[in-house]
Design a protein around this ligand. Structure first.
Ligand SMILES: O=c1ccn([C@H]2C[C@H](O)[C@@H](CO)O2)c(=O)[nH]1
Ligand SMILES: [Zn+2]
Length: 131
């Protein structure tokens, strides 16, 4: 099956990742409910915990562009199996995406896996828990 435009956007931004410490480049692309695409890549730091994930970069770009509603997400890495977002990124995605929003995880060789946001973060902490 042909790769989606969203995955192609993630594939392209992945090349720009700054990952000299892990050598593991990741690209992420967000499609918003308004039909716009925002991309991000991982940005590492010599102080390792200061590094940021590709998903976080794409979310930051979306917010900087004035949008808050994620319709779909694509994430890509050069790995044997599709790499799932880390725990922190699952919570970040849940902040801006409906539970049924699709997250497509891909490898550079074309394997994909699809999950909803709710599948990635079941029982998510949300605003309702603070009422
Ligand atoms: O979903 C993921 C998983 C990992 N990474 C990055 C963080 C770090 O720079 C490198 C290795 O963990 O991959 C992401 O950007 N997104
Ligand atoms: Zn992450």
């Amino acid at each position: 099956m042909a790769e989606t435009e969203l995955m192609m956007a993630a594939r392209t931004v992945r090349e720009k990742a700054y990952a000299p410490y892990s050598g593991f480049k990741v690209g992420a692309a967000i499609l918003t409910v308004h039909g716009n695409t925002h991309v991000g890549c991982n940005v590492e730091n010599v102080a390792y915990p200061e590094g940021t994930c590709a998903e976080a970069g794409a979310i930051a770009a979306m917010i900087a562009a004035g949008e808050t509603q994620i319709a779909e997400v694509a994430v890509i890495a050069d790995s044997p199996d599709p790499v799932p977002p880390c725990g922190g990124c699952r919570q970040k995605l849940a902040e801006f995406a409906a539970e049924d929003a699709r997250v497509t995880l891909g490898t550079t060789d074309g394997t994909i896996r699809e999950n909803s946001v709710a599948e990635l973060l079941p029982g998510a902490f949300g605003p309702g828990h603070m009422e």
